[in-house]
Design a protein around this ligand. Sequence first.
Ligand code: T4K
Length: 372
Amino acid sequence: MDDKPVFVTQPFLPELSEFLPYLESIWESKVLTNGGKMHQQLEAELCEYLGVEHISLFNNGTIALLTALQALRITGEVITTPYSFVATAHSLLWNGIKPVFVDIDPVTLNIDPAKIESAITPQTTAIMPVHCYGHPCDVESIQKIADNYNLKVIYDAAHAFAVKDIGGSILRHGDLSVLSFHATKVFNTFEGGAIVCPDAKTKQRIEHLKNFGFVDEVTVVAPGINGKMSEINAAFGLLQLKYIDKILKLREDVDSLYRHLLSGIKGVRVVEESGQSQANFSYFPVLIEKDFPLTRDELYEKLKTINVFARRYFFPLISEFPMYRGLPSAAKSNLMVAESVSQRVLCLPIYPSLRTEVVEKIVSFIRSESMR
Ligand code: T4K
């Protein structure tokens, strides 16, 4: 292994010179933020690329989640998964909403629809599932439950850029879907995010909410926030979008190589893709099972000795953090599958510029540890 550290991800960066014309255009216009030309163009290009009707850009995915809940006036209790990045549940707490954790499906690692119904109470107003690792949730079962109980569905689609199921973009499901464009994501704007919404009226409300609630110079209709994406972030998004198909292809190649090389290593289970007709290869999660000679944490530490920094997404569970663990739904006995998966999961490095020989070295290291 060469000396350079290998992180779980690394952003794709086009040549710096390619970004300069965008900067010149911003300098010339003197419009730096508040829905300028770059912002408008990125919204339009993303709608087209993703195949969705309306998209509203944000300064990050977390503010987009907060705003999505505000836009639909969600209150009371929201059913969600403990197996996610902490921002999912934090967006509920920031809105004064009580998260109700439901266990995950052992195959998809997404919220288990069969366990949602028993968590519904008279206070439940919505479900917030996560398309974890960009693997689609069981959207049909979730929608059926939502329809039966008159609940809204807000998808945390932070990992699901460009993912499609057989009918088209995964982002068309539910009432709203929220994307993250953080530097560590498949498509990034340094920091950024977006809400995908089905109609112009909802988009209008979201636009007001992300601009302090202003409708015009003198009218404020809601206690909005500053969720606007700047021109520089939007410009970088436009440049990234030119490369997105190449980015996805390079990620797919890394994914295929791992799958090929890891097959047959006892005690390492690759999490299968399921339910999508186009995947985005955003993460490469494996489960370190009991028949592997090392625990997941031992392997995680050993990889560091060869300068490979895998990550334990998602460990600990959200429900184990101090602000959540007192909730009745956070009890370990309620979240047995999530608990077990979070003890075994390891996300191996995956990103467009990850070289074949580095993947080979990572896997041969894991293989040699498996044979101890
Ligand atoms: N919902 C879900 C399901 C999410 O996963 C996230 C974010 C959100 C909501 C919220 O969206 P945002 O508000 O973030 O838009 C990272 C990211 O910060 C976070 O965006 C992401 N999920 C989460 C899964 O991962 P960390 O603390 O693990 O990131 P960090 O800084 O340790 O980065 C990981 C590795 O990536 C580093 O070791 C090196 C590399 N890296 C990172 C950055 C920031 C780079 O090479 N360049 C960079 O600029 O949380």
